[in-house]
Write a protein that binds this ligand. Structure first.
Ligand code: ADP
Length: 154
């Protein structure tokens, strides 16, 4: 059976931190689906289409990656996509506390789905989408935080 993993998130926008997690997850699974949550509670700066385009561009030409948008419980989405694994990145203890809660709830909702955590690479610990958005707001240069393929758009 194919080992399919979902990497859910907002990707507002995708950063080097996200890219690194996906690249490190790839050898562990047959396919990684990067799934943008269409979450009405979280107001995003960029549209779903824009975020999706940047993710596709980031991983252009790399096999076994799919990019998608979902609007349902993550475990229901996993079932629909035949995925048994959810990938999440951990940067620090705050991430851990938040992620532990979500992973345990997801496991209660569907005990067949396993959340797999990958620790961030040291150099990406302080990179996240909100830092990028904040720098952009004040006209700063964010290129060094973004995947090479999408730097030209910022
Ligand atoms: P969410 O709204 O689900 O937190 P994000 O796009 O902020 O969406 O994050 C998606 C996933 O990527 C999360 O598991 C998050 O921990 C991980 N992530 C984000 N930035 C980094 C980073 N610099 N290093 C490792 N993982 C990261």
């Amino acid at each position: 059976m194919e080992r399919i993993a979902i990497f859910p998130g907002s990707f507002d926008p995708i950063t080097l931190g996200h890219q690194s997690i996906v690249m490190r997850a790839l050898p562990l699974f047959d396919k990684v689906i990067i799934a943008i949550g269409d979450n009405t509670e979280k107001r995003c700066k960029y549209t779903l289409e824009q975020r999706m385009e940047w993710i596709e561009k980031t991983f252009e030409g790399i096999p076994n990656i799919e990019v998608d948008i979902y609007n349902e419980l993550t475990v229901d989405y996993c079932k629909r996509k035949n995925a048994k694994y959810i990938i999440r990145g951990l940067r620090n203890a705050i991430d851990f506390q938040y992620e532990q809660n979500i992973a345990q709830i997801n496991s209660e909702l569907d005990s067949e789905i396993e959340t797999v955590f990958l620790l961030t690479e040291l150099r990406y610990t302080n990179i996240n989408s909100s830092v990028v958005r904040e720098i952009l707001k004040f006209g700063g240069d964010v290129k060094k935080y973004l995947p090479e393929n999408i730097r030209e758009f910022f």
